[in-house]
Design a protein around this ligand. Structure first.
Ligand code: GDP
Ligand code: ZN
Length: 458
């Protein structure tokens, strides 16, 4: 395909030590060479090599930047085009100066996600892999990162392709039957079709079963810390934040505030919701309590209910237990270092099947156990086996569900002994729906929309 040459800053904005300006396209080498001065012309060097030199202002002939330049010839590059990466000092002024030089020599500024889009359009990666790149950029924990890596790696694509192949063979069988009706094998064909369709459905179900974890890895587990005033909510939040690496992400434009709301608990990204409520309302705590909790609970995937074990249970505590009916929750009996007044038996009863953890947040006790419980709640043993890739993308989940439904319809039709070519229609639809996951039969506008969600420079 024929594309113009694009460029962008491909490292996060801010004061990093090094920044990279990436150029991709036919003119990448000649553009960079126009203002690069080093031992060799960039046009003469081998592919996949890196070179020290200076960028020279063409007007003044003065060296303006000290750089390392990577030269990567097509097609073995991320975009399958010629790529030049200029590594320069990380300051905003310096990197923008380099980008200006590149743009004034004929490159166009890349749209968000355009490098990845080219990799897709040039056939280097398929759509689900491109989406994996996007997830990788946004990954909030190592586990999320691994899941995204597997997707980039093409594991989901491979699986989807195998399923499609199986459906295709099923349809081909039916074709034989239609073309040679005298070859009276209708019942054999139907039998085989049913068997294949059931196998594919089972595999789709397996993929869908990973969706819940996938979504959590991708978006973080919306976690609400609730409890009466003074039971230790803020202390719990602080322990969680301080004991665990704050999650780092290189998504430009993400504010510190947002970052701090994520904590990585043994691979489970917790998105602590309404932390502002916990932090800022210390003085007006009396007003909030149960009322605020109801609001927060609406969006929570996980509730951490804190109870003060040094006091008797109050009506408000009981009301909070009622408020978390049906929700994923862990009960934290805090302040075990003080004289115990709580009726622990009653707490167990109110907690029903949910874990109850005793803790003294003041003495840093109980947090370990809490983390263990959280991680177990979401990665039950066996789930995280070697090559499982989590389905996390809403588009993929939707398409898998549609394909499953088409297969269900095919199977229902097969049961009713309708003509076999009717069954074929449903199977073919399932085949198309799976195809959309890897980017076949996908409308251009969807592709534009998907890639526009990327950040600049990727
Ligand atoms: P919140 O109002 O629920 O957010 O409660 P805070 O976290 O602000 O804690 C209220 C008070 O209880 C503070 O003075 C804490 O230092 C204290 N506190 C928290 N956890 C414990 C604990 O385990 N033991 C004791 N003795 N005090 C604690
Ligand atoms: Zn507090």
């Amino acid at each position: 395909m024929d594309f113009d040459t694009i460029a962008a800053i491909s490292t996060p904005t801010g004061e990093g030590a090094i920044a990279i300006v990436r150029i991709s396209g036919d003119k990448a080498l000649s553009i960079a060479d126009a203002f690069y001065k080093g031992k060799h012309s960039l046009k003469d060097v081998d592919t996949h090599t890196i070179h020290y030199g200076h960028l020279v202002d063409p007007q003044t002939e003065e060296p303006v930047e000290e750089v390392m330049v990577s030269v990567l010839h097509a097609p073995k590059t991320f975009t399958k085009e010629d790529v030049v990466e200029i590594n320069c000092h990380g300051g905003l002024v310096s990197v923008n100066k380099v980008l200006d030089l590149v743009l004034s020599h004929g490159a166009r500024i890349a749209e968000p996600g355009e490098f990845t889009k080219r990799a897709f359009l040039n056939g280097r990666i398929d759509l689900s892999q491109a989406e994996g790149v996007m997830d990788l950029i946004r990954a909030k924990t190592d586990r999320a990162m691994n899941a995204a890596l597997k997707q980039v790696d093409g594991r989901l694509s491979d699986k989807v392709r195998r399923l499609r192949q199986k459906l295709l063979e099923t349809v081909a069988n039916v074709e034989v039957n239609i073309d040679y009706p005298e070859y009276d094998a209708e019942s054999v064909t139907l039998e085989r079709l049913r068997a294949h369709a059931k196998e594919v459905r089972a595999e789709i179900n397996e993929l869908l079963a990973t969706a819940k974890q996938g979504k959590i890895l991708r978006e973080g587990l919306a976690t609400a810390i609730i409890g009466r005033p003074n039971v230790g909510k803020s202390s719990l939040m602080n322990s969680l934040v301080h004991e665990n690496k704050a999650i780092v992400t290189d998504v430009p434009g993400t504010t510190r505030d947002v970052l701090e709301e994520y904590v990585n608990v043994r691979g489970v990204p917790l998105r602590l919701i309404d932390t502002a409520g916990i932090r800022e309302t210390e003085d007006i705590v009396e007003k909030i309590g149960v009322e605020r909790s109801h609001q927060v609970l609406k969006e929570a995937d996980l509730v951490l209910l804190v109870i003060n074990s040094a006091e008797r249970l109050t009506d408000e505590d009981e009301a909070l237990f009622q408020a978390i009916e049906g929700l994923n929750a862990v009960v934290i009996l805090n302040k075990t270092d003080l004289d115990q007044k709580v009726d622990a038996g009653r707490v167990k009863e109110l907690a029903q099947e949910r874990p109850v953890i005793t803790a003294s947040l003041l003495k840093d006790e109980g947090i370990e156990e809490l983390e263990q419980v959280i991680s177990k709640l979401f990665f039950e043993e066996g789930v995280e086996t070697a090559d499982l890739s989590y389905i996390s993308n809403a588009r993929h989940i939707g398409l898998l569900n549609q394909a499953k439904q088409s297969i269900d319809e095919a199977l229902a039709a097969a049961e009713m002994a309708v003509p076999v070519d009717m069954v074929q229609i449903d199977i073919t639809r399932a085949w198309e729906q799976l195809g959309e996951i890897v980017g076949e039969n996908v409308h251009d506008s969807l592709i534009d929309q998907l890639f526009s969600q990327f950040c600049l420079g990727k």
